[in-house]
Design a binder for this molecule. Structure first.
Ligand SMILES: [Zn+2]
Ligand SMILES: [Zn+2]
Length: 625
């Protein structure tokens, strides 16, 4: 359900067509007398943008703002009907400008115009899509646009993707500039999504048919630790190359869309480290920097040539710089239609990627810079949640913007920020805020993020926003004691952040103050975010979960029931659905819930131990009396 927030918009009160059609004090006043103008021979992209503007402005004013084909009053002209000069604007960019007291919107590529329509609604009508269920759209009789307006936008990245919950929603994605497949379907009229043809990652063994050739021609398989394995192919075997090219071209024949702005074929190693060590592969790698990426890039370059020769001009071939292929080779460079997808999985996610004092990130950044020297089409696969303890708050908010700027400044042209893609089954912290921050930074790495965050907190937490901000500051400023301040995506509670007993009391006070300020209207959102705080305390037996509190087991039970009530059905990337029964949750710290299986042999010991604990407590309380 979308909530409409009415608030006063600074706007002129003149509503007659005569007055509204004139620039007053440097502003154009747009009201229900305006129309949207299209040319008679409009394209589907123009119709989409004009239709979106017409629908939203009609809803805003409560009166129809029609799409017309000849202008006789004040108007917003879209696409070829406009006089906005977009001849020098990069693909999928746009221009919003005022000429002669009217507004002209032009776009390039397949998604320039739809992006312009959403930008216009956001910038001048205050329409913000904060989550898939929360759109803020102030009601007004009119709104102002500077009469000298001239906004030019060119995309910072050709591919933008994150897969937290709301980003799967096409409307959220269009409003916030996400375009990557396979995590959303976008109307082709709005530009469609950038599609990965038949496979997003780890496609190598399938494309090379290693399984099918394991007996007939084992030399096609990787020789690893002296054994031929179907886990990876031998990348210097000419027959393997032929098979891979055949499969890539067949996939393109089946699924290629010539109208798409960009399509990608993924030729990426399988998720293991069983690279080929045959004599030929080793010799090639030794001659190109002594790294495994050399054979990979050589192989992928040849596939990219075949794709280009077959006439697929809008298609790029993607490969990984991941784990054993992370280091860049020497003496070989990627073709123009090759994408190097660089993965940050070994990184620290609390410190900035380019922070030289972070020993985990320094080698990663060196490798990224080495790739940037030979490649101007790098994509990033980055990580933004805790996959082992997903209920915990993941304190990476402070580096999101800086890291995306670092990507942009190092030849990165596409970013996938992998998130909590199972958030519909595990939504306990600040996932909606994080995904909004990521989306806005991918749309513009240099945006005023603080203003965006303030807007989000206001819409999502209402009067509790200041307390929520202080809570976020507390998280971000207290690095984990067990991890020397670094942060990994599989860390336990003590490594994510640390608080003294006094600080825990202070945090509890902030949460209580937030709940009081938020009132009933925001209680659900605040309580959901607080689950992550309670979860952390339970993991460490801190606060009300401390054994010093005679009711700590009741607190565990309450937390367990609240998680279930908020639809939390999984606690990590691996666990599925019902992770535990209430009895065990009562006695076991939260980070062990998933692994504590009450119906296994171990459970008998557990049950005896639980019974003893209860007995012991009963005796203690009797003695106290
Ligand atoms: Zn080999
Ligand atoms: Zn670090």
């Amino acid at each position: 359900m979308k909530r409409l927030f009415a608030f006063l918009l600074a706007c002129l009160t003149l509503t007659s067509p005569l007055f509204s059609s004139q620039a007053q004090d440097g502003v154009l006043t747009v009201d229900a007398e305006w129309s949207i103008v299209l040319s008679e021979e409009s394209t589907p992209y123009e119709e989409f943008a004009a239709g979106k503007l017409s629908r939203e402005l009609s809803a805003l004013f409560g009166r129809e703002v029609p799409v017309v084909y000849s202008a006789n009053a004040k108007y917003i002209a879209v696409g070829s009907a406009s006089r906005a000069d977009v001849s020098r604007i990069a693909d999928n960019g746009y221009r919003i400008t005022a000429i002669g007291g009217n507004i002209h919107i032009g776009g390039t590529g397949v998604r320039g115009l739809s992006a312009a329509a959403y930008r216009f609604l956001e910038e001048f009508c205050g329409r913000k899509v904060y989550t898939s269920e929360l759109t803020v759209f102030p009601q007004a009789d009119c709104f102002s646009v500077p009469s000298d307006i001239d906004i030019v936008y060119e995309p910072f990245f050709e591919y933008t993707d994150t897969d937290w919950k709301s980003p799967w929603d096409p409307e959220y994605s269009l409003a916030n500039g996400l375009n990557g497949d396979p995590h959303r379907t976008i109307d082709p009229q709005a530009g469609g999504a950038v599609k990965y043809i038949r496979g997003f990652c780890h496609t190598m063994a399938l494309l090379c048919e290693t399984e099918a050739h394991k007996d007939s021609d084992p030399e096609q398989l990787a020789l690893h630790d002296g054994v031929r394995t179907t886990a990876q192919p031998c990348l210097t075997n000419p027959d393997v190359l032929k098979i891979a090219i055949g499969n890539v071209l067949e996939n393109l024949r089946a699924e290629h869309d010539p109208n798409a702005s960009l399509e990608i074929v993924s030729v990426t190693q399988n998720d293991n480290t069983e690279f080929c060590e045959c004599e030929r592969c080793r010799a090639f790698e030794a001659a190109h920097g002594g790294v495994h990426s050399a054979t990979m890039l050589h192989f992928v370059n040849q596939i990219a040539d075949a794709v280009k020769d077959a006439g697929y001009e809008n298609t790029a071939v993607d490969t990984f710089a991941y784990m054993y292929t992370r280091e860049a080779p020497t003496g070989i460079v990627p073709r123009d239609n090759v994408i190097i997808r660089f993965c940050t999985i070994e990184g620290c996610f609390r410190h900035a990627l380019d922070d030289p004092s972070c020993e985990r990130n320094a080698p990663l950044m060196k490798d990224l810079r080495d790739w940037a020297k030979i490649c101007n089409r790098i994509y990033i696969w980055d990580y933004t949640t805790n996959y082992a303890n997903t209920c915990l708050f993941f304190p990476n908010l402070a580096v999101i913007q800086h890291n995306i700027q670092t990507f942009y400044e190092n030849n990165v042209r596409g970013v996938y920020e992998e998130g909590n893609y199972y958030m519909d089954r595990c939504d306990t912290e600040f996932g909606e805020l994080r995904s909004y921050m990521i989306s806005k930074c991918l749309q513009d790495p240099y945006c005023d993020l603080e203003r965006e965050v303030d807007g989000f907190l206001e819409a999502y937490y209402g009067p509790a926003r200041e307390f929520m901000k202080r809570i976020l500051d507390m998280y971000e400023s207290h690095p984990g004691a067990w991890s020397d301040g670094h942060l990994w995506i599989y860390d336990g509670a003590a490594s994510c952040f640390s608080f003294t007993d006094e600080e825990i009391v202070a945090m509890d006070s902030l949460w209580n103050a937030a709940k009081e300020a938020g009132g009933e209207g925001y209680a659900g959102n605040i309580a959901r975010s607080e689950l992550s705080w309670r979860f952390w305390k339970s993991c460490l037996r801190a606060g009300e979960f401390s054994p010093a509190n005679p009711r700590w087991r009741d607190e565990n039970t309450r937390l367990f029931k609240d998680l279930k009530a908020f639809g939390v059905r999984t606690l990590s990337e691996w666990c599925d659905d019902d992770y535990l029964d209430c009895l065990c949750a009562r006695y076991v710290p939260a980070d062990e819930w998933e692994w504590h299986e009450p119906y296994e042999v171990r459970s008998w010991l557990s049950l005896i131990s639980f019974a003893l604990q209860e007995l012991c407590d009963s005796v203690t309380s009797l003695l106290r009396r």
